[in-house]
Design a binder for this molecule. Structure first.
Ligand code: PLP
Length: 386
């Protein structure tokens, strides 16, 4: 599995310290004894063209209420066409301060109180918590775990749907497993949604970080009636490390729904800040070289983690096909609390319990290689028997 080591890339080697910047990731364990490899942001500075666009917008000096600037939707549309071969009408792009926020809006717009929202698990925690906050119910459909892949259990999916189910929240690629759904899966899911009259909301925030040259297929790009009704959520935030700037987009399938979408957020969803718009537009337009170099590093980091996991008896990990996240099954070690064991060894992963999967941890590899190597030494210590 291990491929050759890539040449060190300065963009991903020397990272600014995040101390005293209010970093959620680094402030979680004060004192510096625990290496934080949890929440999904990167320790790398954003690409130069993005920084230049932000500086230019700052130099303008006026930061009043701001709509999407004229270049925002066209930049996204061109990006989606170039990367995923998907043609989107720019009038159907609506900006949103975040994908989580957009999921919450979708629940309120497309379902009634007590309706059900289906989703595959384990999954990014807000998929599990947002329905309840909106008075809706989440229905979990666990993915099937084999030695080599996470796959859809179609029988279970059919068994879990009910007349109260109105929405399917698809995480595509899936987090935390890093699963990329292929065309056959997506078409089968579209058939299922059509039969059950479900709307699919597809969170495609990770779709620009597919590893090993794989191709992302946007759910809404399928030639299928369920795809033509689907809502797609995208963002530059994972790919170019812009989460703190709060700028994402929803692609809504028709003009009427687009109007309703905007109305559903009225008074609840804040306007997006002008720096977020500037950064997003520049990333989509000028960020591709940096993104490709990042993927080279992420493939290498994935391989380092897989090799380290293979050396620890009882740990297993199915190789992710996307993202910079590794979903590690620790149940074979017999350790009752893997998260606590890691923290005691100076490593701070995400706790699988937050994703509905006790016994697992999630490691974020988007840090300099030397730091990841140190983290992997600590991982081995965490599960070494005394
Ligand atoms: C699948 C998924 N969706 C959404 C988000 C967060 O999106 P946002 O910060 O735009 O709300 C994350 C962050 O890790 C994620 O993994």
């Amino acid at each position: 599995m291990t491929r050759s080591t890539p040449e060190p890339d300065p963009a991903f080697t020397n990272c600014p310290s995040r101390e005293a910047t209010g970093s959620e990731k680094w402030d979680r364990w004060p004192g510096g004894k625990i290496l934080p490899l949890w929440v999904a942001d990167m320790d790398f500075a954003a690409p130069q063209p993005v920084l230049a666009a932000i500086r230019q917008r700052v130099d303008h000096g006026v930061f009043g209420y701001t709509h999407a600037p004229p270049g925002f939707a066209p930049a996204l549309v061109e990006h989606l066409q170039r990367l995923h071969g998907w043609n989107v009408d720019p009038d159907l792009v609506t900006s949103t301060p975040g994908v989580v926020n957009a999921l919450a809006v979708s629940a309120r717009l497309l379902t009634e109180t007590n309706d059900e929202i289906l989703t595959f698990t384990p999954v990014y925690p807000p998929f599990l918590t947002l329905p309840g906050l909106a008075g809706r119910r989440v229905v979990r459909v666990p993915l099937a775990q084999s030695t080599a892949a996470w796959t859809i259990d179609w029988d279970l999916l059919a068994a879990r749907v009910s007349p109260a189910t109105k929405l399917f929240w698809l995480c595509h690629p899936h987090t935390p497993t890093g699963t990329v759904f292929d065309r056959a899966d997506l078409l089968a899911l579209a058939d299922f949604a059509q039969r059950q009259s479900l709307t699919v909301v597809s969170d495609e925030i990770w779709s620009d970080l597919l590893l090993d040259g794989q191709q992302h297929i946007p759910f809404a790009s399928l030639d299928h009636p369920a795809a033509r009704r689907a809502i797609t959520l995208v963002s530059p935030s994972k790919t170019w490390n812009l989460a703190g700037l709060g700028c994402a987009a929803a692609i809504v399938p028709d003009h009427k729904l687009c109007q309703n979408w905007r109305a559903a957020g009225g008074g609840l969803v804040p306007m997006i800040n002008p720096l977020g718009y500037a950064a997003a537009e520049a990333a989509w337009q000028h960020g591709d070289d940096w993104r490709r170099r990042l993927i080279v590093l992420l493939c290498h980091h994935r391989d380092l983690v897989l090799a380290a996991v293979a050396r620890v008896p009882g740990l297993t990990c199915i190789a992710p096909q996307a993202t910079y996240l590794l979903w590690i099954d620790c149940r074979g070690t017999g350790c009752a609390d893997p998260q606590a064991a890691c923290e005691a060894a100076g490593l701070g992963p995400s706790d699988g319990r937050d994703f509905g999967a006790p016994g697992f941890i999630r490691l974020n590899t988007a840090c300099p290689t030397a730091q990841l190597e140190e983290a992997l030494r600590r991982l081995a210590c965490a599960f070494s028997t005394p």
